[in-house]
Design a protein around this ligand. Structure first.
Ligand code: ADP
Ligand code: ADP
Ligand code: ZN
Length: 220
């Protein structure tokens, strides 16, 4: 199963992606996580990506596309994958389509987690993440069992530098201009499915499973 997750920053893509990846046994590929790992390791990619991420801007397309293509060629992607945070521009969507076409493959669905603007600021400024395993928490909506500690690996959770209010508004503008148009693109391709992302985390996951359920055993 090959899935693209769409939705504004803070919609719950990362949160749902972890559960979908477990349930359907497909790798969760998050470009944001890849960039953050490279930033933590101070690699050349990380140094370049950081310049853009800290300002709330997108990392350039050529760089991002190469990284994703390399990742999708790995063996664990043979039975499918879940893309979280890619594509984010028309050029990235085209590159993904070309890549799939060249291999005679296609996406099962582009799943939009639909959350209106009014919900986003509180979600993003309350987000806390685990720097070790990437798990996402929320101080109010999804706190860890032990205050300040990741449930999965016990590492101290942190606030992302780009989750402060000033950068969040820039990221939302970038989303509206560059990423939101992809919703219509996938709609016109007949691939768009939509889930109401304002409901509780477990309810959203159930609805996603209802949408994906019938695809469970195919192996595009
Ligand atoms: P994205 O990957 O789309 O940016 P995240 O999955 O990191 O979003 O979620 C953003 C924040 O909102 C996190 O703090 C997360 O715990 C919280 N969150 C995710 N889904 C929900 C939901 N359905 N209801 C309330 N809070 C949520
Ligand atoms: P969020 O969870 O809030 O949607 P991500 O973790 O997906 O954020 O991405 C964090 C940042 O990494 C983005 O604001 C952007 O700067 C960069 N980034 C992630 N994915 C892409 C992409 N596909 N193209 C360009 N930049 C990206
Ligand atoms: Zn962790």
């Amino acid at each position: 199963m090959k899935i693209v997750l769409l939705g504004p920053p803070g919609a719950g893509k990362g949160t749902q992606a972890k559960s979908i990846s477990n349930r359907y046994s497909i790798p969760h590929i998050s470009t944001g996580d890849i960039f953050r790992k490279n930033i933590a390791e101070n690699t050349p990619l990380g140094i370049e990506a950081k310049k853009h991420i800290d300002k709330g801007h997108l990392v350039p397309d050529d760089l991002t596309i190469d990284i994703v293509k390399d990742r999708l060629k790995k063996e664990d992607c043979d039975k499918g994958y879940l893309l979280d945070g890619f594509p984010r521009t028309a050029m990235q969507a085209e590159a993904l389509e070309c890549f799939l076409n060249s291999r005679g493959e296609k996406l099962n669905t582009a799943l939009l987690i639909d959350v209106p603007r009014g919900f986003i600021l509180e979600r993003m400024t309350g987000r806390r993440v685990c720097p070790a395993c990437g798990a996402s928490y929320h101080i109010k909506f999804n706190p860890p069992t032990i205050d300040g500690r990741c449930d999965i690996c016990g590492t101290d959770i942190i606030q992302r530098k780009d989750d402060v209010e000033s950068t969040v508004s820039e990221r939302l503008d970038v989303y509206d201009k560059q990423t939101e148009p992809l919703i219509n693109y996938y709609k016109s391709e007949g691939l768009l499915t939509i889930v109401d992302g304002t409901k509780a985390i477990n309810v959203v996951f159930e609805e996603i499973c209802n949408i994906l359920g019938s695809n469970k055993n195919d192996n595009y």
